[in-house]
Design a protein around this ligand. Structure first.
Ligand SMILES: [Zn+2]
Length: 281
């Protein structure tokens, strides 16, 4: 069962969907959207127009079990499943129903390594850029849709929404175990409501995001270890050793750039880290 809270103004306006907890071990969105739902419910936050649907806990079973996922990664199977056979397939179908009804989608996540907030600049549209500029987090990443092209079968909240012509932003709010990530998630939710005109402005000073292009995803295909205490966006140099595999192979950086979303605890078959280089928008 998936809980959604819908708040409607009596005046027409955009319909925004805010999602938290797609990954069960990333509590920031759940904490932030539960707080926002409470504030909307008791009138501490009011809508000037439009409507907002909040799904604070998008993967309830994974969250109850303290895990990222139950069967499969929900944000790689986020499309309609005619014959759902994994837990996340059923959840994906419900989330797709919500996405189909709204104008814009904000999906709140967190990462394993220590990290500043960042967003994704894929499916680049003027509306998406304007929203990202309003959010004003330190980094904006592009290249996700090239690492996970549609014919790879991978589908996220953002790609599903964009496929329907909607505006969508996925936001990583910081480190998943850092309580400050929930504050970031709350601020981003409030800034988004204000950006679409649903509420009065929310006090926030946006930064100009540094744009990076993701060039590679490295999957953990056998046992091994990362060769450093990498944080998200740690700079790396070309040929710098990044990881060592059990068979003795060393994985290195392709170019001067950054290591993105390093996951020291990745299990075999998971994404281990990504590489990115600066680019100008
Ligand atoms: Zn996530």
């Amino acid at each position: 069962m998936l809980e959604a809270r819908v708040f409607c103004s009596t005046r027409k306006g955009p319909h925004l969907l805010l999602i938290g907890g797609v990954h069960g071990d990333e509590p920031c969105g759940t904490v932030a959207l539960t707080r926002l739902a409470d504030e909307l419910s008791r009138g501490a936050v009011t809508l000037k127009c439009g409507r907002v649907t909040l799904v604070p806990m998008a993967n309830p079973q994974a969250q109850a079990e303290g895990k990222r996922l139950v069967d499969v990664n929900l944000n790689r199977v986020l499309h309609k499943h005619e014959n759902p056979h994994h837990y996340e397939h059923f959840i994906a179908n419900s989330i797709c129903d919500h996405i189909e009804k709204v104008d814009a989608v904000l999906d709140l996540h967190a990462v394993t390594a220590s990290s500043p907030p960042f967003t994704f600049l894929d499916w680049d549209t003027p509306a998406g850029r304007a929203w990202i500029a309003a959010l004003g987090v330190p980094f904006a990443l592009t290249g996700w849709d090239e690492l996970y092209p549609p014919d790879s079968g991978s589908s996220s909240t953002s790609s599903y929404a964009h496929g329907l012509g909607k505006t969508a932003v996925a936001l990583e709010c910081g480190q998943k175990t850092d309580p400050a990530a929930a504050d970031v998630a709350y601020t981003m939710a409030r800034v988004s409501l204000a950006h679409f005109g649903l509420t009065e402005a929310y006090a926030h000073t946006p930064q100009k995001s540094q744009a990076l292009r993701m060039t590679k995803v490295v999957w953990k295909e056998q046992a091994g270890e990362l060769l450093g205490e990498f944080e998200n966006f740690s700079p790396v140099k070309a040929d710098q050793p990044l990881a060592r595999l059990a068979d003795g192979t060393t994985l290195t950086a392709d170019a001067d750039g950054y290591i993105i979303m390093p996951k020291a605890t990745a299990v075999i078959g998971e994404e281990w880290y990504y590489l990115a280089v600066p680019f100008s928008v």
